[in-house]
Design a protein around this ligand. Structure first.
Ligand code: PEP
Length: 251
């Protein structure tokens, strides 16, 4: 049985007071939840305060990115060990906004994933096709390349510290969710590919999240798909009520 994961990506939102209010409200709304892994990914500047507030909570904290070097003359970068020092257990890597706006290539994504795992973090590894690629029937080719390059040279043991997030770029922040069938088809493809690259037992155990305009009213039908193990949520993770009702998808 794969434990579902619901992760909130706060992107470039929430200064300290707003971030603390959000996690305070969220913790009280989800205190009854036991069988779901909950993760929040605030911006770097509020990781420490958010983690301190969550010190006795099961909610985990993730960075939204990290660099692959541990230290050195890399102005503006944050290392995997710095994330651990701030109390993170996870880090999002390869988000489409970073790929599209900040020149993040599959090679950089691979270096970041390897460094994050080496430091002891779990990597939430994002992949997904653009609308143009989907319309050109390239979805599986794109996923195949992103996955093979992103996890190149990762051992089966290291793969236990990877959570995949399928996020079709055309569905992120657009209000346009993939249909349950489109999402399931891609998730099944991803799981088959992991089985081919590693083993069916590793593929059976790996969690694959869906991301792209997930909301309280579409989470349930996504979560009943056999290969969807959770969600990476952007906009709807910015208020405690909507994120908590996504987490309560079984109710
Ligand atoms: C995301 O940022 O990963 C995301 C899926 O955003 P949204 O839920 O707003 O589409």
């Amino acid at each position: 049985m794969r434990m579902p994961v619901i992760a909130g990506n706060w992107k470039l939102f929430k200064k300290t007071a707003e971030a603390l209010q959000l996690v305070q409200e969220l913790s009280s709304l989800v205190k009854d939840v036991e069988d779901i892994e909950i993760i929040v990914a605030p911006s770097f500047t509020v990781l420490g305060p958010v983690r301190s507030l969550l010190f006795d909570s099961p909610i985990s904290v993730a960075g939204q990115d990290c660099f692959w070097e541990e230290e050195g003359p890399y102005t503006g970068e944050v290392s995997p060990n710095m994330l651990i020092d701030a109390g993170c257990s996870h880090v999002i890597i390869g988000h489409s906004e970073r790929r599209q706006l900040f020149d993040e290539t599959d090679e950089k994504v691979n270096k970041k994933i390897r460094a994050a795992i080496r430091a002891g973090l779990t990597a939430i590894f994002c992949i997904g096709e653009t609308l143009q690629e989907r319309e050109a029937d390239q979805t599986f080719t794109v996923l195949n390349t992103q996955i093979k390059k992103g996890i190149e040279n990762l051992s089966p043991d290291e793969m236990k510290h990877v959570i995949l997030a399928y996020e079709p770029v055309w569905a992120i922040g657009t209000g346009k969710t993939a249909t349950d069938e489109q999402a399931q088809e891609s998730h099944a493809f991803i799981r088959r590919l992991i089985a081919e690259l590693y083993s069916s037992s590793l593929a059976d155990g790996i969690r694959i999240l869906y991301g792209g305009s997930v909301k309280p009213d579409n989470i349930r039908s996504l979560m009943v798909q056999p290969d969807i193990d959770g969600a990476l949520v952007g906009g709807a993770s910015l208020t405690a009520e909507s994120f908590a009702s996504i987490i309560h998808f079984r109710k």
